[in-house]
Design a protein around this ligand. Structure first.
Ligand SMILES: Nc1nc2c(c(=O)[nH]1)N[C@H]1C(S)=C(S)[C@@H](COP(=O)(O)OP(=O)(O)OC[C@H]3O[C@@H](n4cnc5c(=O)[nH]c(N)nc54)[C@H](O)[C@@H]3O)O[C@H]1N2
Ligand SMILES: Nc1nc2c(c(=O)[nH]1)N[C@H]1C(S)=C(S)[C@@H](COP(=O)(O)OP(=O)(O)OC[C@H]3O[C@@H](n4cnc5c(=O)[nH]c(N)nc54)[C@H](O)[C@@H]3O)O[C@H]1N2
Ligand code: SF4
Ligand SMILES: [Mo]
Length: 704
């Protein structure tokens, strides 16, 4: 096991960055002196000064080292022999990958192989994974867990503004906003170290509007809470805007000079009845009016969305309807204003810029654009014609695996059998694979199904850059050597590529070498990292992209003069998608879901942290006491939740602050407690985001 003493500066501590959410708090892991008779090290963590979290860390960051130093870390490759996973050498593991990938390609063509990445991977690994799929395997099929996370907001930003960067402003601008709409985001539990920015805004007189079917810890700081019925955000946004327009609380000058499509938007709003909208959204009209007057009248303001709005069958459009109201009130491109899609994973931002997405090449380039293909092909030293075309989204890859069109899958940095919608189907599909290889630190639920498991390094061991939710690129330096035979993700990719005869395209001496290639590959693209170097990151701390120049800082506040679209104007929309009505006699409740403070995603890491596990040891369902009485559910008892896709089992927990037509379940558990057994695989037509946040379910107590 990696020990802190490996670093001579043990006393001074390990300077690192939290492996979890998108704030990327900087921290120092320290060791306390051992008491007499103590055999184990005791670690403690201190926040380190940085511009994003300003030295704060949350409970997950404080305990992240516990999983990294955990005894269940994988320390050698594991290969399946006669049903069991047994240790093997790297030589054998790499050879097995070469053989199996070639077999799949021989049988099904090169698209018989697929790659599935993740937003926890560093920029360097994410970049290399995209290159590995297209150059070493030559497959079109690569996608990643960010499809479930950022795709709706990313596509909405791209269509509306011409660019997708999580925040269009700096975190330090938040206290300058006079009204902030937080829609479907639970910052208090999901990005806790950012909460002080909002409290500061409040101290400066700002009003906060929270839109969430539950009264969350975030709603606790709200001046107005709109408890929307899940899946109805677009219409709620329309109702707010209609009232703003009616009251003259729009910015005609901004609309005229910076946007397009406003006349159509006004016609569209004319067709909306406020009473009906309030009824459909399940929110009192007076509260909607209060929110509209508050946001419309404020001199400055922001709209922030996260997965509550975005993980919907109409996620892309729901975001755009909120952007309508932001643009109509001219609240973007100046201080105290802007849009924020609150990015989720540690490198959720960088991970969506450099090519692990089905339709993307590095620098946010398009794999379908001839110029983009030619540029990246030149950087990679290949013929543009040899670059595969666009693949399909993450869940659609699962469908192709289910139908036998893909027979080998390489997973790096995800636990798809837990995190995909309709998880029962996904489990069956993965069982059909000829070859499943998973690179992970632990035997996750997906790794347990694999034919080959590759042990990888953790955040303290693996260096590289990550881009936080603001678009700020940060360097995380490796601090200790890997446990046992664990290897860096990027080393594994290079070793397999070399074995597959593509070594000349994968010659890197270290991770900085990969970054230098990424800089060139991203140059002139929307996400231009060319001006960012390790040297600068060491000296200057983080740097925002776009950063095209070696001697200038990147851009913090975007869209000050124009939008990066051909005509320079941001686009309103009047398109509409699914409005969730959902419930039926058989399935009378809406199941929505999300996160709790102590756990992270599918919980593979946080459940191996005793301090975090102790806070929540099993999965649960929040249910309104009235609803619970109606269905005969007692507080704290086990219940079965069933949808037409499947069922799972959790403990009930009464919660006054949740809508009576809705139940809420966290996403951090697999197996029988995995709520994704009951989520539906309906995909947003614009971005292929699954409709995670709405499923029609029934609830029944489990009593002997
Ligand atoms: N503690 C913790 N922090 C995390 C993570 C974690 O797993 N644990 N994960 C990270 C990642 S990858 C991500 S993507 C982010 C996610 O961050 P968030 O999106 O903030 O997290 P969620 O809990 O999924 O959803 C936010 C809120 O949406 C509400 N909601 C549900 N349905 C609807 C709806 O139809 N409309 C509206 N308006 N709201 C709705 C839920 O009640 C919930 O409070 O968090 C990051 N931070
Ligand atoms: N119902 C429902 N489902 C959801 C969501 C929801 O809100 N509701 N949210 C969705 C969202 S936003 C997300 S982001 C996904 C996330 O879902 P997953 O992609 O499954 O995310 P994790 O649980 O973080 O899985 C990451 C795995 O990679 C490993 N890992 C961590 N770091 C590294 C690394 O550097 N290298 C390698 N090789 N492995 C590493 C971890 O040990 C873990 O096993 O879930 C989605 N699924
Ligand atoms: S989980 Fe997020 S907020 Fe908490 S310490 Fe880690 S990066 Fe910071
Ligand atoms: Mo996410």
């Amino acid at each position: 096991m990696a020990k802190l003493e490996q670093k001579s500066a043990a006393i001074e501590g390990l300077h690192t960055q939290c492996p979890f959410c998108s704030v990327q708090c900087k921290m120092t892991v320290k060791i306390s002196s051992r008491e007499p008779g103590e055999t184990k090290e005791r670690y403690f963590v201190e926040g380190a000064e940085n511009e994003a979290s300003q030295g704060r860390v949350c409970v997950k960051g404080l305990n992240a080292h516990q999983h990294s130093f955990h005894s269940q870390r994988l320390t050698s490759p594991l290969i399946r022999i006669q049903g069991d996973l047994v240790p093997c050498s790297w030589e054998r593991a790499i050879g097995e990958m070469e053989r199996r990938f070639n077999e799949s390609a021989a049988r099904l063509g090169r698209d018989g192989n697929a790659v599935y990445g993740g937003g926890s991977l560093t920029n360097e690994t994410a970049y290399l994974l995209g290159k590995f799929a297209r150059v070493a395997l030559g497959t079109r099929y690569i996608d990643y867990n960010g499809r479930f996370c950022m795709s709706a907001a990313a596509s909405a930003g791209t269509r509306t503004f011409g660019m997708d960067r999580g925040l269009t402003f700096r975190l330090s601008d938040i206290p300058k906003a006079q009204c902030i709409i937080l829609a479907g985001t639970n910052i208090a539990e999901c990005q806790p170290t950012l909460l002080p920015y909002f409290n500061q805004a409040k101290d400066n007189g700002a009003k906060i509007i929270v839109i969430d079917p539950r009264k969350t810890a975030t709603a606790a700081i709200a001046d107005i809470h709109l408890p929307v019925k899940p899946g109805n955000d677009a219409l709620l946004g329309d109702a707010i805007l209609k009232i703003m327009v009616g009251e003259g609380l729009v910015d005609e000058k901004f609309i005229l000079s910076r946007t397009k499509g406003y006349e159509e938007l006004k016609d569209y709003l004319n067709g909306i009845s406020l009473d009906e909208a309030a009824e459909t959204c399940g929110v009192e009209l007076q509260k909607i009016r209060d929110a509209a007057l508050c946001f419309g009248a404020a001199e400055t303001g922001m709209v922030l969305t996260a997965r509550g709005v975005e993980q919907q069958a109409d996620g892309h459009l729901a975001v755009r309807h909120f952007l309508n109201l932001l643009l109509a009130s001219g609240k973007i491109g100046r201080e105290g204003c802007g849009y924020g899609a609150i990015t989720g994973q540690g490198n959720g931002q960088g991970g969506r810029e450099h090519g692990q997405k089905a339709d993307q090449l590095p620098g946010y380039r398009s794999i379908e654009n001839e110029e983009d293909r030619a540029y990246v092909a030149k950087v990679w030293g290949i013929e543009p014609g040899s670059l595969p075309g666009k693949g399909v989204s993450a869940y659609e890859m699962m469908e192709l695996i289910g139908s036998g069109d893909i027979s080998s899958l390489f997973v790096m940095g995800s636990n798809p059998v837990v995190s995909n919608p309709n998880a029962g189907f996904v489990e069956k599909a993965l069982q059909k694979l000829d070859f499943l290889v998973v690179a992970d630190m632990f035997l996750s639920e997906t790794a347990k199904m694999a034919d080959l498991v590759l042990p990888v390094t953790s955040y303290i061991e693996n260096g590289g850059t990550l881009t936080n939710l603001e678009g700020r690129v940060l360097l995380r330096e490796a601090q200790v050597s890997p446990p046992g035979d664990a290897r860096h993700d990027w080393e594994i990719l290079c070793a397999v590529a070399i074995r597959m005869g593509k070594g000349s395209f994968f010659q890197y001496s270290d991770v900085e070498d990969i970054f230098n290639e990424l800089r060139v590959a991203s140059r002139y693209g929307a996400a231009d990292y060319y001006g960012i170097t390790y040297e600068r990151l060491r000296q200057e701390g983080g740097l925002y992209w776009p950063c095209p120049s070696l001697d200038k800082p990147g851009e913090g506040l975007l869209f000050q003069d124009s939008f990066p679209l051909p005509d320079g104007r941001a686009a309103f929309t009047t398109e509409t998608g699914e409005v969730w009505k959902g419930e039926s006699r058989e399935y009378p409740l809406t199941l929505t879901n999300g996160r709790v403070l102590a756990h992270y995603l599918t919980g593979v890491q946080t459940r191996r942290s005793p301090s975090l596990l102790a806070r929540e040891i099993e999965n649960f369902m929040e249910i309104h006491p009235e609803t619970a009485r109606k269905y005969g559910v007692r507080d704290g008892e086990w219940v079965e939740i069933t949808s037409k896709e499947g069922l799972f089992t959790v403990r009930s927990r009464y919660k006054e602050g949740i809508r009576e037509d809705t139940v809420f379940v966290p996403m951090h558990w697999g197996g029988a407690q995995n709520l994704n057994r009951a989520t539906r695989p309906d995909l947003d037509p614009y971005c292929r985001m699954p409709a995670f946040k709405t499923a029609a379910v029934s609830v029944r107590p489990l009593r002997s």
